[in-house]
Design a protein around this ligand. Structure first.
Ligand SMILES: O=P(O)(O)OC[C@H]1O[C@](O)(COP(=O)(O)O)[C@@H](O)[C@@H]1O
Ligand SMILES: [Mg+2]
Ligand SMILES: [Mg+2]
Length: 336
């Protein structure tokens, strides 16, 4: 793809190559891009526009919502509900399926999204993001219900994330590899800067919230202990550690220079009847699609995340993803 290609050109070019394309998908992606630009603007202005701090409400996960969680959710809905490409939406910040208001036409796609990922970092000005996944709406569903969203990750048509960091980026896959775009604030357009992103198969960098160590299961404990043992240990090499507490930023680092990210299941979650920390439909599945398209792996421990059959809209799962050889090693530790 030529230098300076805009994301709109890139998406249209991709669609021209796919048989039977109607332009509906291209238009949907362009609406998502607009939403991410508007959220980026709010994030960048932060305290200047009163966007920091708590919204004083809780989401279905029992988490205190930040103002930007609520604002980003509203922006994403407003940008995507009117154009007739979507049959319904589902979001981290909404308990139930969001039906397209009757005054707007309906389309053939469903979208699941995490409007603001890394919420605990908003008030401290650390990178945050938006994550989205596009699915086809099962035939003719007039009023799509939860069951229409419960599709395995392998059914995704496209997935992407926006990263609101030192620069604003958008990373996208439609099943033909992974491409990264940077927002040129002067022209207000995403320009291709990271074509064909690919994850090195090997890495010496892992990311995990070590404060949960005493709750980890033995395969994860073994893996991290071996990394921490470094040269003197069974791996015979030193490892580095990172933890940003924004999944989008961790995945972007891994797409850029390799690494492995772990948010495993632990006994604390089990005691609460939780299946993990991160959500399958709008965090784990879209990130797994992107990581696999870039040559990496994504598992729960023993299983491939993209093969999981979702059971509920806000289902949580363990997530271990990144450089393929490291992920396969961790999978072996879970299956041995
Ligand atoms: O607070 P912890 O345990 O470090 O968890 C951080 C993780 O939680 C998340 O912030 C959850 O996502 P949300 O911010 O969208 O709720 C991930 O982005 C991140 O990887
Ligand atoms: Mg999130
Ligand atoms: Mg979120």
């Amino acid at each position: 793809m030529e230098h300076g290609t805009t994301i709109t050109q890139f998406i249209s070019e991709e669609q021209r190559r796919s048989a039977g394309a109607t332009g509906e998908f291209t238009a949907l992606l362009n609406d998502i891009v607009t939403a991410c630009k508007m959220i980026s603007n709010q994030v960048n202005h932060g305290a200047l526009v009163g966007a920091l701090g708590s919204a004083g409400s809780e989401n279905v996960q029992g988490e205190t919502q930040k103002k930007l969680d609520v604002l980003s959710n509203e922006i994403f809905i407003q940008c995507n509900e009117w154009a007739g490409h979507l049959a319904a939406m589902a979001s981290e910040e909404m308990d139930d399926v969001y039906q397209i208001p009757s005054e707007y036409p309906r389309g053939k796609y469903l979208i699941t999204f995490d409007p603001l990922d890394g919420s605990s970092n908003i008030d401290v000005n650390v990178s945050v993001g938006t994550i989205f996944s596009i699915l086809r709406c099962p035939g003719g569903a007039e009023q799509p219900g939860v069951r229409d969203f419960l599709q395995a990750g392998t059914q995704q048509v496209a997935a992407g994330y926006a990263l609101y960091g030192p620069s604003t980026m958008l990373v996208l896959t439609t099943g033909n590899g992974v491409n990264g775009f940077t927002l040129d604030q002067n022209i207000g357009e995403f320009i291709i800067t990271h074509p064909s992103m690919s994850i090195p198969a090997d890495t010496r960098e892992f990311a995990i919230n070590a404060s949960n160590m005493r709750f980890w299961e033995s395969p994860v404990k073994r893996y991290v202990d071996e990394c921490l043992a470094g040269k003197e240990g069974p791996r015979g090499e030193d490892f580095n550690m990172r933890w940003i507490a924004s999944m989008v930023a961790e995945v972007h680092r891994i797409l850029t220079r390799g690494g492995v990210f772990l948010y495993p299941l632990d006994s604390k979650m089990k005691d609460k009847g939780q299946g993990g920390k991160l959500r399958l439909l709008y965090e784990a599945n879209p990130m797994s699609f992107i990581v696999e398209q870039a040559g990496g792996g994504s598992i729960t421990g023993a299983e491939r995340i993209m093969d999981l059959q979702p059971e509920s809209l806000h289902q949580r799962v363990p997530v271990i993803l990144g450089s393929r050889n490291e992920v396969e090693r961790i999978q072996r530790y879970h299956t041995e």
